[in-house]
Ligand binder design. Structure first.
Ligand code: HEM
Length: 170
């Protein structure tokens, strides 16, 4: 503004400028309020599925897991198609991929997961659960994921396995 535009308005001193600026909070970039974990399974753009390597990583996890299951005298006999575990490998891989933000092929082929219901025909007692988790822990270790991703996936698997227990009988 020039003096001729508004002769009555005194031009503010540098001190006045500084005082005025201090009275107004500086403009900060907008901070998104985080209401869900950044890696929630419904965030396809940065899904865990993508972050850790997609199909290849999930299939490796499940194949390693079933290497362990194949040696397990309690778990192996539960699998209706054993010693052929290929179908089971495909189903678990598909389910985990879908859960962690990958393609929905599992539900397209198998419908709603209803995992607890699907496990009812099998005797999932604490021993079976711990064996399942033991083989899964070993399989997850082979992926050597960044610790944060490993911990997030493990927390889920541990919780899911505990939820799958359907009997406390030996
Ligand atoms: C806790 C111990 C568990 C035991 C002993 C167990 C055992 C089994 C058995 C025997 C089958 C049938 C094999 C087949 O035909 O696919 C099966 C299927 C399956 N399990 Fe488990 N399971 C356990 C935990 C879990 C957990 C924690 C998950 C998921 C995180 C899971 C996901 C699945 C899936 C997706 C299928 C295929 C379901 C279908 O579409 O028919 N299981 N499980």
């Amino acid at each position: 503004m020039t003096e001729s535009e508004n002769a009555n308005e005194p031009s503010p001193s540098p001190e006045a400028d500084a005082a005025a600026a201090a009275a107004v909070p500086p403009k900060l970039p907008k901070i998104r309020l985080i209401t869900k974990p950044a890696l929630a399974p419904d965030a396809p753009e940065d899904s865990m599925w993508e972050l850790i390597g997609g199909r290849d990583t999930f299939e490796k996890l499940v194949r390693e897991f079933y290497v362990g299951v194949a040696t397990d005298e309690v778990l192996l006999p539960m699998y209706p198609e054993q010693p052929d575990l290929e179908g089971a490998i495909q189903r678990l891989t598909g389910f985990l991929e879908q859960y962690w933000g990958g393609p929905n092929t599992y539900s397209e082929e198998r419908g709603h997961p209803r995992l607890r219901m699907r496990h009812m025909p099998f005797k999932v007692n604490p021993d079976a659960r711990d064996r399942w988790l033991h083989h899964m822990r070993a399989a997850l270790d082979t992926l050597e994921l960044p610790p944060l991703y490993d911990a997030e996936i493990w927390a889920y698997l541990d919780r899911a396995a505990h939820a799958m227990v359907n009997t406390f009988e030996d």
